[in-house]
Each structure stands twice: as structure tokens, then as C-alpha cells.
Design a protein around this ligand. Structure first.
Ligand code: TRP
Ligand code: SF4
Length: 400
């Protein structure tokens, strides 16, 4: 495992569906073996669009925890926790709110879009405007290198980077910084020290991103540096201060398009989903009646897989051989739609019943789930506390 940190979160909105699984969760189950992963249930974020109805949040939180575990998130390697159990999220959010220009939040594309779309909700609140800032606090609190998200969240990671930059610019100064940097460069050794200076110059004078990346890995690979010196050297590369809060990068999830039963994107708000723990009869029924190429009216009409949402599912679930069979059979009207769906139904049912089966064990053992999450919260809180120490120190607010 690389010593790089990844953080991501999901709002608890009830039982997850195949869209959530193939769009995010499955990717997380792979990332957890490559990085030091922190995944959390964003229950405070659930309030930003639905503050009135809080009665079911708790149920949704535990449902999500079980969905995660059943889908293969492994608490032995990944830290799984609940946002509201770590009060440092709120503290950092508050501190960041002091330095965040209102215009930055008003300009986040999801702000106006969602207000226009979700007219049945009251989105005129301070909390909703602050949604991306709370998300920034969620992220920066763990100082991750990567944030795996879908396309829809990229703007939120972008504003997180801007806020980190602004924070570092305002508070990342240290007395006698240059002297300390000189010392730190010496401790790199003469060869690497000289290389560091050259690369920094290349970057600062010519904006050479490659040089920046090289210099960064030079610093990161050096195990003898103290944490403080490492921060100084990373900060000095880009400016004249310390990166108290490093800028995270988006790890764009290459996700397949998961169509819903009506052919639109699978989404809870469209009511076109297949649940991650749905029972077999219902899964079979839904897939059998799922929308196909609308131009293929009769069995004898040839179809076009590119115009058929069932084909999008084949792309996710089927082998090359089956896909070939679909292509030829569909275009020549050699197979019927029900026939085409048969191997797919088998795969989806197998996936969902395996997940349901594992979920069942956790459902029957709620104490185990609580223990797992409580342990995750403890681990997360340690990291969050460390960051807040650094943040308070940078802001000269570490008095007791
Ligand atoms: N806004 C994210 C979503 O709706 C959820 C989220 C909250 C998140 N905080 C986060 C994702 C921090 C990544 C990192 O999907
Ligand atoms: Fe879609 Fe398959 Fe029917 Fe073709 S045969 S229209 S791919 S369901």
C-alpha cells in the first residue's frame, strides 16, 4: 500500500442502488487496498437539503453503513466513520467560513442548478449555501492527496483547493521561515538539496509542472525529514509559506453509465432504481420490464443496442462473448429482448443476492456494525484532532 491518503463521503439518503454501487462504492472497495482510505457518512450534509425531516436520518446512516460493509468495504483496511461524530468538521467549517468570500459559494454551479431544480425544497438557507464549504472542511481535515468523486462533485473539490490555497496564503507564514527552509534543504543532503533548488527554480520561473511534481516526490520520498520540515519544503516550492492544508486532487472515478429502468440515469429521485439489497423476484420483474430500444416494437424489428439502456447494463455485467451475441442478435432481430436480458438478469441477481446475503449478517448483528463504525470514528478523530492542532497553531489560536 502506498502511504497516500484518500477521502470521500456519501450522503445517507436511504438504501443504495446499483447506480451508487457502480458509480462509487465499487471503486472505493478497490481503492481501499491501494491507499490509506477514509470514507464517511455525510449526515450533516443530508440536512442541507432536508432539514425538516430528520426522523429517518439515523435509520439511513445504519442502512448505509451496512450497504458499505456488504458491498465489500473492509474496516480492517479502510476507516469508516460518521461525519457528525467528529465535531472537528464543524470547527474547521466555522474557521474556513471566516475566510471564504460569499461570491465563491454563490458561483459554485450546483448552488443555482439545484435551487432551480429542487423547487419543492427550501434551499434558501445559510446551510445550503455553505454545502461546498462544509465539504471542504470534510476534506481538508484529513489532508488527503486524493478525493475520489464523480463528475458532479468536481466543482466542490475545486473550491476546496481554492480555500486551502487561501488559508495557506493567509496563515501559512512562519517566523524565520526562510532560515528553517535552508536548514531543511541541508538535511536533504547536498545532491538532493541542489536538485530541490533547481527544480523549484524551474517551477517558479517557468511554471514547469513536471519540475514541481519531481520536487514534490523528492521531498515526499525522503523518510528522514521531520513532518514540519516536509511541510516547509512543500510549502516553499509553491510560495513562501507552509502548506498547512495541502491541496487535494480529484481522483475522477471512471464510472460506467448506469441506466435506470426507464433509460434515464439511475437515480432515487427518478424512482427508476434497483436496490442493492432488493429481493430476487423484484429484481427479475424490474429487469424484465426494463425499457429497451424504443424503435424495436415487434420481435421481428431489428434493434440498435446503442439506443438501448439494457445494452449499457451489458457493458457493465457481460463478457465480451455475450456482448458480441447481443450485438449480432439485436441488430439482426435474431434474438428477442427478453432473451437478451436473460444472461444479464442472472448476473445482476447473483451480484445483488451476494450483497444481500452479507448485509443480512450485519442486520442480525447491529452491535457489530456499531463497533466497526465506533472504531472508525475513533481513528478518524485522531487525524482530525492533529489537523486542528496544526490549524489552530497556524492561526495563533492554540492558547489554552
Ligand atoms: N457532496 C458529496 C455528494 O453529494 C458528499 C460529500 C460530502 C463528500 N462531503 C464530502 C464527497 C467530502 C467527497 C468528500 O456526493
Ligand atoms: Fe436492447 Fe437487447 Fe432488445 Fe437489443 S435485443 S433492443 S440490446 S434489449
Amino acid at each position: 500500500m502506498q502511504n497516500r491518503r484518500v477521502l470521500s463521503g456519501m450522503r445517507p439518503t436511504g438504501q443504495l442502488h446499483l447506480g451508487n454501487y457502480h458509480g462509487a462504492l465499487k471503486n472505493w472497495t478497490e481503492l481501499q487496498y491501494q491507499y490509506e482510505c477514509y470514507f464517511f457518512i455525510a449526515d450533516w450534509h443530508a440536512l442541507t437539503t432536508g432539514y425538516e425531516d430528520t426522523a429517518r436520518i439515523e435509520e439511513y446512516v445504519w442502512t448505509m453503513a451496512i450497504d458499505w460493509l456488504a458491498a465489500g468495504l473492509n474496516p480492517g483496511v479502510a476507516t469508516l466513520f460518521i461525519q457528525s461524530k467528529i465535531p472537528e468538521h464543524a470547527e474547521l467549517h466555522l474557521l474556513l467560513s471566516m475566510i471564504t468570500p460569499l461570491g465563491w459559494l454563490e458561483r459554485v454551479p450546483t448552488y443555482k442548478d439545484q435551487q432551480a431544480q429542487m423547487t419543492d425544497r427550501d434551499l434558501g438557507t445559510y446551510g445550503f449555501l455553505g454545502y461546498p464549504l462544509l465539504q471542504s472542511a470534510d476534506i481538508l481535515l484529513y489532508r488527503p492527496q486524493y478525493v475520489p468523486v464523480g463528475e458532479d462533485q468536481v466543482a466542490h473539490v475545486e473550491i476546496t483547493r481554492e480555500i486551502a490555497r487561501r488559508f495557506n496564503h493567509i496563515y501559512g507564514r512562519e517566523t524565520a521561515f526562510e532560515t528553517k527552509v535552508d536548514k531543511a534543504i541541508k538535511s536533504l543532503g547536498s545532491r538532493n538539496g541542489a536538485l530541490y533548488r533547481t527544480l523549484r527554480k524551474e517551477y517558479q520561473e517557468k511554471g514547469d509542472a513536471d519540475a514541481l511534481a519531481k520536487a514534490r516526490s523528492l521531498v515526499e520520498a525522503n523518510a528522514r525529514l521531520t513532518v514540519a520540515d516536509r511541510d516547509r519544503l512543500l510549502g516553499y516550492l509553491e510560495g513562501a509559506g507552509i502548506s498547512v492544508l495541502p491541496e487535494p486532487e480529484v481522483l475522477l472515478t471512471a464510472t460506467p453509465k448506469v441506466p435506470g429502468l426507464d433509460g434515464r440515469k439511475m437515480s432515487k429521485s427518478y424512482g427508476n432504481t434497483i436496490g442493492l439489497r432488493e429481493d430476487t423476484d423484484s429484481v427479475v420483474r424490474k429487469l424484465k420490464t426494463m425499457q429497451t430500444d424504443p424503435a424495436r416494437v415487434r420481435r421481428t424489428d431489428p434493434g440498435d443496442p446503442d439506443k438501448c439502456p439494457v445494452w449499457d447494463l451489458h457493458k457493465i455485467y457481460s463478457t465480451a462473448e455475450t456482448r458480441e451475441w447481443v450485438q449480432t442478435g439485436c441488430r439482426s432481430a435474431g434474438i428477442g429482448c427478453l432473451e437478451c436480458k436473460t444472461p444479464l438478469i442472472e448476473k445482476v441477481v447473483a451480484e445483488i443476492s451476494a450483497i444481500s446475503h452479507r448485509a443480512q449478517e450485519f442486520e442480525e448483528n447491529p452491535d457489530l456494525v456499531r463497533d466497526i463504525i465506533a472504531q472508525g470514528c475513533e481513528r478518524a478523530r485522531d487525524v482530525a484532532r492533529d489537523t486542528m492542532d496544526v490549524v489552530r497553531q497556524a492561526m495563533s489560536m492554540n492558547y489554552r
